[in-house]
Design a protein around this ligand. Structure first.
Ligand code: NIG
Ligand code: FE
Length: 413
């Protein structure tokens, strides 16, 4: 039953309020019992019954809710550093994909990988993420692209949820691309998703969401609508990869089907923004992917001004975003998209939790909620984003358990 005292700046990130409203408390204390927060508030108000609890000293630092990375493609085989270099030399992402590289190349490597090899790799990534203050990760399938191999990826995530000290949310992305063996019969692949894979995933309760990559090189709006409605009919909430490389109408479809989120959105139209605002769809910004692919930054200000909640995530995958550094993604959302530090923090906590349907259980610090938090070596969120450097997370606590502890970091004094 510990009490963390001497918190210089505590960002609660409650669900209500504007994107920039992170509900700060200065000179705060946080008490937790088991997995749950028992009390939170200004230290001077700490009730007497907590005075006897074991005290820990935050030394005036920043405490934030455990970060939520609400968009990753965690399980994949191989890497694609050759494509990174080819793009630097002038080839485009779509040219590489048309030549058999891109997602199809990772599908080949992932199909060759054993379940255990995928599991071990994911475990390593999750350890690295915990060291950044992340306590919840959304994990998409999408590199198996057959009934059998997509189920393997989702089973890997189910195993991680059982064994790792990390919150895991699974998403079926069977509609990532049409796999090469279906190239000339794409309707047959959509039939396979709708008639076999989606029902199998729902029966085995292996995913909470169903995602589609809507793009010229992937799936049309009409195909995506069919897939997402089939998922919705069996309890898988829709999500979309939308308007990433061109305005393909993905944001409008997200609003139409009531998606939990639409992600990427570099090319979102004004009508897409208005539709998402009306429907309450979260926009997830993935600035690492924009940077790696040389895409324009998300028009985050336009979205926020229109009343759309903007989450921020890594999109970790071997092609468009080969980094799971959520802190870096937040920094890029500040510098490229002109989101403020408070806005990106809310975007990677309670808004990211909303994009995962977890607004009642993750991404915010309040009494009776999960004791998921990170101690950051900075006096406040603005300094954390401004003095960008490695190893700023000193401690990560998930459900009351310390899952990462550094104690000291290269000083920010
Ligand atoms: O989110 N846009 C589609 N899917 C991934 C890219 C995956 C890959 O390149 O392997 C994305 O950027
Ligand atoms: Fe993605």
């Amino acid at each position: 039953m510990p009490v963390l005292r001497n918190i210089g700046f505590l960002a609660r990130c409650l669900p209500e309020g504007a994107q920039a409203d992170i509900h700060p408390i200065r000179n705060a204390a946080l008490a937790w019992e088991g997995k749950t927060i028992a009390w939170i508030g200004p230290e001077v108000d700490l009730p007497s019954e907590f005075q006897a609890w074991a005290t820990e000293d935050a030394e005036g630092r920043l405490v934030v809710p455990g970060l939520v990375d609400c968009h990753t493609h965690l399980a994949f085989g191989g890497w694609r550093s050759d494509e990174f270099e080819a793009r630097l030399l002038g080839k485009s992402y779509l040219e590489i994909a048309a030549a058999g590289g891109g997602i199809a190349s990772t599908v080949r490597h992932t199909r060759e990988a054993t379940r255990d090899a995928l599991l071990e790799r994911c475990r390593g990534f999750l350890v690295g993420m915990a060291r950044l203050g992340v306590t919840t990760v959304e994990c998409k399938s999408g590199y198996g692209l057959s009934v059998e191999r997509e189920l393997v990826l989702l089973e890997v995530y189910a195993e991680l949820a059982r064994t790792e000290r990390m919150g895991i949310v699974s998403t079926l992305l069977g509609a990532h691309i049409v796999p090469p063996e279906y190239r000339d019969r794409r309707t047959a692949y959509v039939d396979l998703l709708v008639d076999e894979l989606i029902p199998a995933v729902a029966r085995a309760r292996l995913a909470q969401f169903c995602d589609v990559f809507v793009e010229q090189s992937a799936f049309s709006v009409a195909e995506a609508r069919r897939i997402l409605l089939a998922g919705k009919a069996v309890g898988l909430r829709p999500k979309l990869h939308a308007d990433q490389l061109s305005d393909g109408g993905g944001a409008l479809l997200a609003a139409e089907v009531g998606a939990a989120s639409a992600d990427h959105l570099e090319y979102i139209s004004d009508s897409g923004i208005a539709a998402m605002a009306r429907a309450g769809v979260v926009a997830v910004s993935l600035p690492l992917a924009s940077v790696y692919l040389g895409q324009p930054p998300l028009r985050a200000r336009r979205l926020i001004d229109a009343g759309v909640a903007v989450g921020v995530a890594t999109d970790f995958n071997p092609g468009s975003a080969p980094s799971y550094d959520l802190h870096l993604a937040l920094f890029l959302a500040c510098t490229l998209e002109r989101m403020t530090p408070a806005e990106v923090l809310k975007g990677a906590t309670i808004i990211a939790a909303r994009a995962l349907g977890l607004e009642d259980s993750a991404g915010c610090l309040a009494a009776r909620r999960a004791a998921d938090f990170a101690v950051i070596d900075a006096p406040d969120p603005t300094f954390w984003m401004y003095h960008f450097r490695p190893e700023t997370c000193l401690r990560t606590v998930r459900q009351g358990e310390t899952v990462w502890f550094r104690g000291r970091s290269p000083s920010c004094a």
